[in-house]
Ligand binder design. Sequence first.
Ligand code: PLP
Length: 377
Amino acid sequence: MSDWESAPLPEALLRSDGIETPVAVVDVAQVRRNAEKVAGYAAEHGLRWRPHVKTHKSRRVARIQMQAGAVGLTVATAREAEVMSEVSNDLLLAYPPVCSRTLDRLTALPSEVRLTVALDSPEVLVPLSEAFHRAGRTVWVLVEVDLGMGRVGVSEPRDAVELARLAENRRGASFEGVLFYPGHIRAPLAEQTSALDEVEGRLLAFVGALDANGLTPHTVSGGSTPTLWRSHEMSRLTEIRPGTCIFHDRDTVSLGVAESQECAYSILSSVVSSPGAGRFVLDAGSKALSKEVLRSEGDGYGLIVESPGTLTSLSEEHGVVQLSPGAAPPEVGARMRVIPNHVCVSMNLQEGFVAVEGDDWEFWPVDARGRRPAVSG
Ligand SMILES: Cc1ncc(COP(=O)(O)O)c(C=O)c1O
């Protein structure tokens, strides 16, 4: 056994005549506890919680988040927006939509949906606002700012002011505020102080410039799972959008953001070969776990709960485990759980997952998986 702590699975799931492996398994009671913990933190600090659904893409998990106190949902794709519009009327698309077909899908969302979009250029804002105007609707705009991530986001306060003013003055659009993603902060929780100070300094420069130009943001949307419990240190933040924290994974536990028993997701797999030579093989390969390496310190493509060893190499359907010295090789057919390094990309590979509650389980679909693009001429 590793020193990872996980609630036991129902006996029937561990029998070889039970469910086929590899399969994703989610502990629903732990999901509820994770949701309530974030909701409690957000309430304590006067922050609105708008979870990112990219982690689960599941209507039922999104409903758990809404029931726990989420104010709305964050999405990254038109497909996620369509699916999640059945769960919440308050959606944030934290991704710039550039295809006109995507605009068609966004303007076709149910009329009661209040859609906010984060963007960083007039090239996205102008067609978006035109499309919403033509549809007789309004889109709310968050100007995305780059506070060190080096991905999307304007890098100068004056550019944010210009874009905010454009949003304020365009028909079909209304300026709502600013958005940033501190995804570059991947240090352990206790070692984030200087990076957070830097983010705070840059954020105040952007918000100050907007204030000075009569464009005070109603919403300042930020937050990630690694920085989750320190979000309140960013003054002017009004909203947090963590995603991974609904399940957690090997990465967030190794950063000290969660305890191992708070991990609600694993891949249940079977030993398919135990040829000696200090190794065995699981049926969980890159098509179940993804090939993400641990972003913090540590080896292997995931953590095996029931056996001491390292998942050193993955083929598409094979996961090769090097046993720790002195560890007994498992029998072929033995079942083990693997905690992925990064849960969001593993979930995206699944059609659905086994949702376990006590001794019961059922299959929940990953509803918003894929893109379902409109491809016809
Ligand atoms: C724009 C945006 N917001 C929020 C999140 C959620 O962050 P995390 O996965 O750290 O919970 C992500 C993650 O990719 C993101 O890209």
